[in-house]
Design a protein around this ligand. Structure first.
Ligand SMILES: Cc1cc2nc3c(=O)[nH]c(=O)nc-3n(C[C@H](O)[C@H](O)[C@H](O)COP(=O)(O)O)c2cc1C
Length: 176
């Protein structure tokens, strides 16, 4: 049986982690868009990772539907470093309690670089930034968005794959 890392990445952060994970575990690597549901049966271990946009993991609905009877390893890659509350929010906004107990979830820090935005997303973000800038009483979240807009962050580091990779490697060991 084969093993695979599937990913959905808009600006490359998730792709970087997926690449490192596939190299470390010697797994196949593929964009989710090039993977067909009928191929699932050919794979033993499946890892899926995607970026978080407006609280939602990219393509997570489709993936959870495909794997409703087979546990997989899922990682989210969002804008913050390792903020526990934000990680809890990602879990709560994307999974039910049952799904979280069934699959294996990890968080890998990405970062935010609005200068990479193109097209519709760029216009939308610029529109919201202008609205926030005009506001007199800005909320802490709005202040953080403005801060990120002015100062891009990038926390992507190979060190962060360790926990996930060790988890997968430990599952390969025969139980004692
Ligand atoms: C328009 C936009 C919306 C975003 N929304 C969120 C969000 O709700 N929460 C968060 O933590 N990060 C958010 N981010 C940051 C991304 O999740 C982060 O850049 C991630 O690493 C992107 O992964 P990717 O490049 O693989 O798609 C957002 C980024 C953009 C550009």
């Amino acid at each position: 049986m084969k093993n695979i890392v599937l990913y959905k990445s808009k600006y490359g952060n998730t792709l970087q982690y997926a690449t490192w994970i596939s190299e470390e575990l010697n797994y196949e690597l593929r964009d989710l868009k090039d993977f067909k549901k009928r191929e699932i049966k050919n794979y033993q271990t499946i890892i899926f990772g995607s970026g978080v946009y407006m609280g939602k993991m990219n393509q997570i609905k489709k993936v959870l539907k495909w794997f409703d009877d087979q546990p997989i390893i899922i990682f989210a890659c969002a804008g913050h470093l390792n903020v526990e509350k934000d990680i809890e929010d990602i879990k709560n906004q994307n999974f039910t309690k049952e799904q979280l107990a069934f699959h294996h979830f990890f968080y890998l820090p990405g970062g935010v670089d609005f200068s990479k935005l193109r097209g519709f997303m760029k216009s939308m973000v610029n529109f919201f930034i202008k609205l926030i800038e005009k506001k007199k009483d800005k909320t802490p979240d709005e202040m953080a968005i403005l801060e990120g807009y002015k100062h891009p962050t990038n926390y992507v580091d190979i060190l962060y794959i360790e926990e996930l990779v060790n988890f997968v490697k430990a599952r390969r060991q025969p139980s004692l």
